[in-house]
Design a protein around this ligand. Structure first.
Ligand code: PLP
Length: 434
């Protein structure tokens, strides 16, 4: 299959019109749910935000479950394992010890030191506490970083398929996301010439995410080195979202761009405890960046949110400094699930699916169904496909357009093996029109 034809970003970029929010939203919006018609003002940048499609998908699935339908959710990127006991105990200890007050706005020194030590172990780069800012999850880190970096009109190159939040946040802060598509046929590696050609005098940064959400693809060393050269040649910043770096398969090594010669000063690492330690609800993430940038991020955070939850910070100290066996156990379980779900999806007539190198997402190409009608429902795009699977297989997925890549859907396999087996067999039956 020719993925280049299936996934041309220039033609099928996620469109605000398609998603239902216009580029020039009205300044006053009516609350159609209430009896009274309200017209409270909403600012243009905020009115222009699309709701997170992954959260929306989960909401729809929950509503159907509330109606008694046995909907299987493959929509949310959240490990299904409990948070390890030693971390829970550390949180309880923090409460017993009344560690319940404001902390330094950029986080406690103990957690910054733990982040520096864990980062040194993982990528071999030495950081000081003054280069760390602890925030309310990696999403908040990204928000801080994009806001700190972006002046109106600044361009940030984002490799697509991308995590839904990047372009929305860049636009929120007046920046312009420039999408460069990567393709399954190229193992989701970027065409470096196209990236270099996309750099203009307004470009300030390149944003990467490896292992990637939604593809599960990992950038090769050559790709990372090539991107680092472009960043260096044009005096840019490289934003490296490394939230999935502990979840890698087939013994793959991890190369952070920050470890390349001269790149520590040009890289902002975004990371957190959510995925590796099954701590999505604790809301702890961090940036690692040069001291002056970190100071700016910390000032921003001190005015906007102050410190992240003190108890979660102490729990995260234990996550990073304590025993790491649960991280490896969860990783192995994700690898087992990947080894089941990808061949099972590939076995469905009409589906192609690349083997992810990390994270916990399958990103099958479903474009061969476009133009067909299944059970009276016309399937013209990935949004229709997601809606069809929800309606007729009671399986919730996220459509590819949300990630800037039409033709595909995303399934999170952060759920039990039993659910994966049942879900894939429902998908197979639904796509066969049964
Ligand atoms: C690529 C990527 N970055 C960042 C995040 C945000 O993580 P957190 O839960 O720490 O905010 C996610 C969560 O799904 C993600 O997939």
């Amino acid at each position: 299959m020719n993925y280049r034809r299936q996934c041309p970003s220039e033609m099928r970029r996620y469109s605000p019109e398609l998603s239902g929010h216009s580029k020039a939203p009205p300044q006053r919006v009516a609350d159609t749910d209430s009896k009274e018609v309200l017209s409270m003002k909403v600012s243009r940048p905020v009115a222009g935000l699309a709701p997170s499609p992954t959260m929306e998908g989960a909401k729809k699935a929950k509503a159907m479950q509330a109606e008694g339908k046995d909907v299987l959710s493959f929509a949310v990127g959240e490990p299904d394992f409990p948070t390890p006991d030693n971390i829970i105990a550390a949180a309880a200890r923090a409460m017993d010890e009344q560690k319940t007050k404001y902390t330094d706005a950029s986080g406690i020194a103990e957690l910054k030191s733990a982040v520096c030590a864990a980062t040194q172990r993982a990528i071999g780069v030495e950081y000081k506490n003054s280069e760390v800012c602890i925030s309310n999850g990696a999403k908040h880190v990204l928000s801080n970083v994009f806001e700190t970096l972006t002046d109106p009109g600044d361009q940030i190159i984002v490799l697509a398929p991308y995590w839904v939040t990047y372009p929305e946040l860049i636009r929120l802060y007046g920046g312009v996301p420039i999408e460069i598509m990567t393709y399954a046929a190229d193992d989701f590696q970027p065409d470096l010439d196209r990236v270099a050609d996309a750099v203009t005098d307004r470009t300030v940064a390149i944003c990467i995410n490896s292992p990637n959400n939604p593809t599960g693809g990992m950038l090769t060393n050559e790709s990372i080195e090539g991107l680092a050269s472009i960043v260096t040649a044009h005096d840019l910043t490289l934003i490296s979202d490394e939230i999935y770096k502990e979840i890698r398969f087939d013994g793959r090594e991890y190369l952070s761009p920050a470890s390349l010669p001269g790149m520590k000063d040009r890289t902002v690492i975004v990371d957190g405890v959510a995925k590796a330690y099954s701590m999505t609800g604790w809301r702890i993430g961090w940036s690692l960046a040069p001291e002056h940038f970190t100071k700016a991020v910390a000032n921003l955070q001190s005015q906007q949110t102050s410190n992240p939850c003190s108890i979660s910070q102490w729990a995260s100290v234990e996550a990073l400094n304590g025993p790491q066996d649960s991280v490896e156990q969860m990783r192995q379980e994700f690898e087992k699930r990947r080894d089941y779900i990808i061949p099972a999806l590939q076995a469905i007539d009409g589906i192609e699916c690349a083997m992810p190198g990390g994270a916990f997402y399958a990103f099958p190409d479903v474009s061969s169904f476009f133009g067909r009608t299944l059970k009276g429902m016309a399937i013209t795009n990935s949004e229709d496909m997601s809606a069809y699977l929800l309606e007729h297989a009671w399986v919730s997925t996220v459509h590819g357009m949300a990630f800037g890549c039409e033709g595909f859907i995303r399934l999170s396999f952060a759920c039990s093996m039993a659910q994966i087996e049942e879900g894939v067999s429902r998908i197979a039956r639904a796509l066969a029109g049964e």
